[in-house]
Design a protein around this ligand. Structure first.
Ligand code: PSU
Ligand code: MN
Length: 303
């Protein structure tokens, strides 16, 4: 069945960009609803949109509001989402549920990729993708973001996989699923809050135009699916991996005793790290998303 576009609502700005062929960058909203506290979440979301405009592209923040898939939010809608309580965290498994039941939710990387493809948007900026959680060999907790990257032809610009994950296993799964992982101006994988990890980046490209060309070449070869661009957080904003790893281990150790599992894991860990680092993790998280938005806009312009 060809997908229906009847559930999509475009903001005026995104509709105009589509009509005139201006480059567009998709942005997710789980980072707003479940990834950061109010009011920093709303400020971050507005700032990231502004950066994309400064770079000469048009931002399309994606979310589901009362069952409508929004491609681009007004300031009012974005601020309402930043303050909304008890909204859903929507991935591939439940985005259609929210549409059918007229619910509101933040879209994860996976669900944002699905909506971006429906809307004809090829580049998407986030913080860090979901991946294989530590202890996945017993919990089986592997983010649907990884399968989505294998399926859906959208370039996802991230600071790697969040360092709360088992990054090595995450890279292995991406390789198995045939997802290219491209280090931007780096030979080693970034680790979200830290610019460097101990793992090599599978591929490396140094220019936005080269990333756009690589994506186009994959499509010309009939290779379905997206790619992950790993863009290190600027060094003056990073938190060294040695500092983060102790905090991550502590937060991780609280999951079992507190009975936290499934969709709640990532939001809990991000919230706890904010406390343990006394706000530093949030400051870095915002800096890396801004950095990713800038690169995503440059890639969108090159496509
Ligand atoms: N990047 C951030 N903060 C976030 C996320 C990404 O800087 O909160 C979100 C994304 O929406 C991603 C989700 O898809 O975390 C992963 O959730 P899970 O591990 O439950 O698949
Ligand atoms: Mn999960």
């Amino acid at each position: 069945m060809t997908p229906s576009h009847a559930y999509l609502d475009y903001s005026a700005e995104v509709a105009a960009a589509k009509a005139t062929g201006k480059p567009i960058v998709a942005l997710e909203s789980t980072i707003i609803t479940h990834g950061m506290p109010y009011p920093q979440n709303g400020e971050m979301a507005a700032r990231v949109e502004a950066i994309i405009r400064e770079e000469g592209a048009v931002p399309a923040t994606i979310a589901v509001v009362d069952g409508r898939i929004k491609i681009g939010l007004t300031d009012l809608e974005r601020n309402a989402l930043a303050q909304a309580k008890d909204v859903m965290k929507l991935s591939r498994a439940d985005i259609a549920f929210a549409v059918a039941q007229k619910k509101t939710g933040g879209t994860t990387v996976a669900a944002t990729m699905i909506a971006a493809e429906l809307a004809g948007i090829r580049v998407f900026a986030t913080g860090g993708i979901g991946g294989v959680h530590k202890g996945a060999e017993s919990s089986f907790d592997i983010s649907a973001d990884l399968d989505e990257l294998a399926l859906t032809p959208v370039i996802v610009v991230s600071a790697g996989a969040k360092a709360i994950l088992d990054v090595e296993k995450t890279i292995e799964v991406l390789e198995t699923r045939g997802v290219p992982v491209v280090g931007y101006r780096t030979d080693v994988m970034p680790a979200f809050w830290s610019s460097r990890s101990a793992l090599p980046a599978p591929l490396r490209l140094d220019e936005a135009a080269a990333i756009a060309r690589f994506h186009a070449t994959r499509q010309e070869l009939g290779l379905r699916g997206g790619m992950l661009v790993a863009n290190p957080v600027p060094q003056d904003e990073e938190i060294p991996a040695e500092v983060m790893s102790g905090h991550i281990a502590q937060a991780q150790g609280e999951l079992g005793p507190k009975g936290i599992s499934g969709k709640a894991v990532t939001p809990y860990l991000l919230g706890r790290l904010l406390e343990l680092t006394e706000g530093a993790s949030l400051k870095t998280n915002i800096a890396l998303v801004e950095n990713n938005a800038r690169l995503a806009a440059q890639i969108a312009k090159s496509l």
